[in-house]
Write a protein that binds this ligand. Structure first.
Ligand code: COA
Length: 675
C-alpha cells in the first residue's frame, strides 16, 4: 500500500501539506536509538527545539553527554564547524516531565519494544499535546494498527522506523496504515527527504519491510548453526553483505530483538517464523570481522549459500506479493540500511530464473510454510530501480535516485532515463520531461567513478564506454519533446554533461556546476569538450577554466551567462519553473548547432586546480587539444566523437590511474610523478 501521490517525496509541495517544518519535537526514550534520532533532527534542523524525555534522569544525562560527544567528534574530524556544532546542541533539553510535550508539534516514541508500554505512553502523550501534533513510534516490528488502537485521533499517528545509527543511516520506513491521514504521510516523507533521509513507504505488516529481511536472515543463519559455526556462516554470507549476520548481532546486541520480532511474526503468520532456540542461550557469537574469513568446505559452503539466498528470495517474493513495499525500495533499503552489497532483486537477476527457482524450491522444502513465488520471476523485477517517475500537469518528472552515491550516473540509471523518455515520447498526453536529483544536495555527482578502474589502459574500451554512456545524450539531441534539467544541488562531471544536453536548465540559487575530471587525472568525455562552446559561445572562457582547473560555476553566474534559464529560491519554485519551461518549449525544442565555433585561445597557465593543487600537465594538454579540435569539427557528431576518443586517450595515462585510485582510496592524488 502506498497512498502517496508522488514517488519523489519532495514533489508534495510544502504549501499543500497543511503543516510547516517542525518547531518543537520530543523524542521519548533516552536508550540507544532515541538520542541518535534527536541528534539527526538537531543536526538537520538546528533551529529546532528538541526535548528528550525519559523516566530516568541518569539515562537523560548520559544521552545528552553522548550527543555532546558526537558534536565534539564531528568538529575534531572537520565534518562540522564549531558554530554548526553549537547550533546542534542549542535548544536541546532533557526532562522526565511529560508536561513538556504540551507545545510539541511532533512526538517520536523510541521506548522499549513492549506493546502495553507503548500504548500507555501514547495515552500520556495524547492527553498533553494539541490536536494537530504528529505522533510517531520508532518500533521495528509492532504494527501501527496495534500500537495506536487506543488513540482518540489515530489519523495523526504512524510508525517511523529508523535504522542504526539513526543520525547517519539515511533509511527510515514510514508506515502507510489505513487510519493514517495521507497528508500526514506526505508531510513525514517530505520532512525526511528534506533533511537528508531516505523515506521508504511500507504497509503495516509485522516487522514492515526491511526487518522482515534482516530478522529472517539472522534467524536462518542461527538455524544453520546445527551444521556450521557462526564464523563459517558469516564467511559465506560475505558474498551478499558487508558484515555477516552474527557480526551484526554482536554489534547491535540483537539476539533479544530477533526473539521478539520472530515470535511476533510466528504469532501473526505461522510457526515457521519461530526464532531459533539458540538465541535464548547465547549472548555473544564467536565469529569473524568483515573482510576476514574461515575455511568452509565446498559442500557446506553451497548449503549455507543456498539457505541464506533461499530466505532472501522467500522474503523478497512475499514482500512484493503482499505489497509491503516496492522492489526498488527493497533493493535500495537493503543496501543502504542493512549493508547488503546488492539488493535482493539485483541478486535474483544476476543468479537467473532457473537458479532462483532451484534455490527457492529447495528452501521451501527444507522450511515448510515459508513463502514461495506466486508469479513468474520476471514479474518481480521493477521497471525502474534507480529513477522515480512522477507526473505534474502532463510533464513526466524523472528523479535520479542513488542517494548513496549523490545520484551518480551508471549504465543502468542512464538506460532507465532513456527508457522512460522513449516510453512517453509518442504519448500525446505527455508534454515533456523534467530531470531532477533526489534529495537536497545533488542533482548528480557525475559518472560513477567505481566503473572507471576497469577502463584504465584500454583506449578503445574507454572510448566505447563514453559512446555508450552518450546514448541518452544523443537521444536528447533529437528528442521531439522538451527535456528540462532542474538543478536542485551540485551538477558535476557527467551530471553537468547530462544537464547541458537538456533543452533548458533551471536551478536553485544554491546549486553549482563543476567539471572536476581534471582533478581526477581524466577529462569529461561525453560532451563537455564540445557542447558548451557551441551552445553558449560567449561563455567560452568560463568553460576553459572549468575544464582546465575544475573551477566551480555557481547557479547565479550560470544564469547571468545564459546557461541557466531561470533561478529558483527553493525546491517547490524550482519544480514550478521546470514544468513551466517544458510547457513553454513544447513544439519548439531548441537544437545544438552543427557549425564549427571559435573558442577563445587558452591562456598559458600552470596546470593547477581552482583550490591550488598541482594537476597533470599531460591531461590539461589533452583537454586543450580536444576542445580546439572539437570546436573546429564541422558537425556536432564529429565534435562528440573527438571527446569520446580523448576520453579513451586519457584513460591510458598514468595520471588517470593515480587520480582514480586516489578518489577510491579517499586521498589527494599526487600528479607529481605521473606528469
Ligand atoms: N561516483 C561514485 N560515487 C560517488 C561519486 C561518483 N561520481 N560522487 C560521490 N560518490 C559517493 C562517495 O564515494 C561517497 O560514498 P561512500 O559514502 O560510500 O564513501 C558518497 O557518494 C558521498 O560522497 P562524499 O564524498 O562522502 O560527500 P562529500 O559531500 O564529502 O563530497 C563530492 C561530495 C561531490 C565533492 C565528492 O563526493 C566528490 O568529489 N565526488 C566526485 C565528483 C566527481 O569527480 N565527479 C565526476 C566524475 S567523472
Amino acid at each position: 500500500m502506498n497512498r502517496s501521490p508522488f514517488a519523489n517525496p519532495l514533489l508534495a509541495k510544502a504549501a499543500s501539506l497543511a503543516r510547516g517544518a517542525p518547531r518543537h519535537v520530543a523524542v521519548i526514550g533516552a536508550g540507544s536509538i532515541g538520542p541518535d534520532i534527536a541528534y539527526y533532527l538537531k543536526s538537520a534542523l538546528p533551529g529546532l527545539k528538541l526535548t528528550l524525555i525519559d523516566i530516568q534522569q541518569p539515562a537523560i544525562d548520559a544521552a545528552l553527554a553522548r550527543l555532546r560527544g558526537y558534536a565534539d567528534k564531528a568538529v575534531a574530524r572537520g565534518k562540522l564547524d564549531p558554530a554548526a556544532a553549537a547550533a546542534a546542541l542549542d535548544q536541546l533539553e532533557g526532562s522526565t516531565d511529560y508536561n513538556r510535550l504540551a507545545d510539541c508539534d511532533w512526538v517520536i516514541e523510541a521506548a522499549t519494544e513492549d506493546l502495553a508500554l507503548k500504548r500507555r505512553i501514547f495515552a500520556e502523550v495524547e492527553a498533553r499535546v494539541g490536536r494537530d501534533a504528529v505522533i510517531t513510534s520508532n518500533t521495528s516490528s509492532l504494527p501501527a494498527a496495534r500500537i495506536f488502537a487506543g488513540l482518540q485521533c489515530p489519523d495523526r499517528a504512524t510508525v517511523t522506523h529508523f535504522f542504526a545509527p539513526a543520525w547517519r543511516n539515511p533509511a527510515v520506513e514510514v508506515i502507510d496504515w489505513p487510519r493514517a491521514d495521507p497528508a500526514l504521510l506526505a508531510w513525514l516523507r517530505r520532512c525526511f527527504a528534506a533533511t537528508g533521509k531516505l523515506p521508504l513507504t511500507t504497509s503495516d505488516a509485522a516487522c514492515f519491510m526491511l526487518d522482515r529481511v534482516f530478522d529472517n536472515w539472522c534467524n536462518e543463519a542461527a538455524l544453520l548453526l546445527s551444521d556450521a559455526s557462526a564464523a563459517q556462516i558469516d564467511s559465506v554470507a560475505a558474498e551478499f553483505v558487508h558484515a555477516g549476520p552474527f557480526f551484526v548481532l554482536n554489534l547491535a546486541q540483537g539476539n533479544p530483538i530477533i526473539i521478539e520480532t520472530n515470535t511476533l511474526q510466528a504469532e501473526e503468520e505461522g510457526a515457521h517464523y519461530r526464532p531459533a532456540s539458540i538465541f535464548r542461550s547465547v549472548a555473544r557469537w564467536d565469529t569473524v570481522a568483515p573482510g576476514k574469513a574461515v575455511a568452509v568446505g565446498d559442500a557446506l559452503r553451497a548449503r549455507i549459500h543456498d539457505r541464506l539466498l533461499g530466505v532472501l528470495l522467500s522474503q523478497t517474493v512475499d514482500i512484493l506479493d503482499r505489497g509491503i513495499g516496492t522492489g526498488a525500495d527493497l533493493d535500495l533499503g537493503c543496501r543502504v540500511a542493512l549493508g547488503f552489497k546488492r539488493g535482493p532483486l539485483e541478486i535474483m537477476r544476476e543468479a537467473g530464473d532457473a537458479e532462483c527457482q532451484r534455490i527457492l524450491r529447495q528452501f521451501v522444502h527444507d522450511r515448510p510454510g515459508m513463502p514461495t513465488a506466486m508469479r513468474a520471476w520476471v514479474g518481480y523485477q521493477p521497471l525502474e530501480r534507480h529513477v522515480l517517475v512522477d507526473q505534474i500537469d502532463g510533464v513526466k518528472v524523472i528523479t535520479l535516485r542513488r542517494p548513496e552515491a549523490l545520484n551518480a550516473l551508471h549504465d543502468q540509471m542512464t538506460d532507465e532515463i532513456l527508457a522512460v523518455i522513449r516510453r512517453h515520447e509518442d504519448d500525446p498526453t505527455v508534454t515533456g520531461f523534467v530531470i531532477v536529483g533526489y534529495g537536497t544536495k545533488a542533482f548528480c555527482a557525475g559518472a560513477d567513478i567505481g566503473r572507471f578502474p576497469s577502463l584504465l589502459g584500454d583506449a578503445e574500451a574507454a572510448a566505447q564506454y563514453a559512446r555508450d554512456c552518450s546514448r541518452l545524450l544523443v537521444h536528447l539531441d533529437r528528442c521531439s519533446k522538451p527535456v528540462v534539467a532542474a538543478l536542485n544541488g551540485m551538477a558535476l562531471g557527467g551530471g553537468f554533461e547530462l544537464a547541458m544536453r537538456c533543452h533548458a536548465l533551471v536551478a536553485q540559487r544554491s546549486a553549482w556546476m563543476q567539471l572536476p575530471e581534471v582533478t581526477l587525472g581524466i577529462l569529461p568525455g561525453i560532451g563537455a569538450l564540445a557542447v558548451p562552446y557551441r551552445r553558449w559561445p560567449a561563455a567560452g572562457a568560463v568553460f576553459h577554466r572549468m575544464l582546465r582547473h575544475g573551477e566551480r560555476l555557481q547557479a547565479e553566474q550560470a544564469h547571468e551567462l545564459g546557461i541557466v534559464d531561470a533561478l529558483a529560491d527553493d525546491f517547490d519554485s524550482l519544480m514550478t519553473l521546470a514544468v513551466a519551461q517544458v510547457q513553454a518549449l513544447a513544439g519548439r525544442v531548441p537544437r545544438i548547432g552543427d557549425a564549427s565555433v571559435a573558442p577563445p585561445a587558452f591562456a598559458a597557465e600552470a596546470p593547477c586546480s581552482a583550490d591550488g593543487r598541482a594537476l597533470s600537465a599531460g591531461v590539461v594538454a589533452l583537454i586543450e587539444s580536444a576542445v580546439r579540435d572539437a570546436a573546429a569539427a564541422p558537425h556536432l557528431h564529429g565534435a562528440l566523437e573527438i571527446g569520446y576518443r580523448a576520453f579513451g586517450a586519457v584513460a591510458c595515462t598514468a595520471a588517470a590511474r593515480e587520480g582514480i585510485a586516489a578518489f577510491l582510496d579517499r586521498r589527494t592524488p599526487d600528479f607529481g610523478a605521473t606528469g
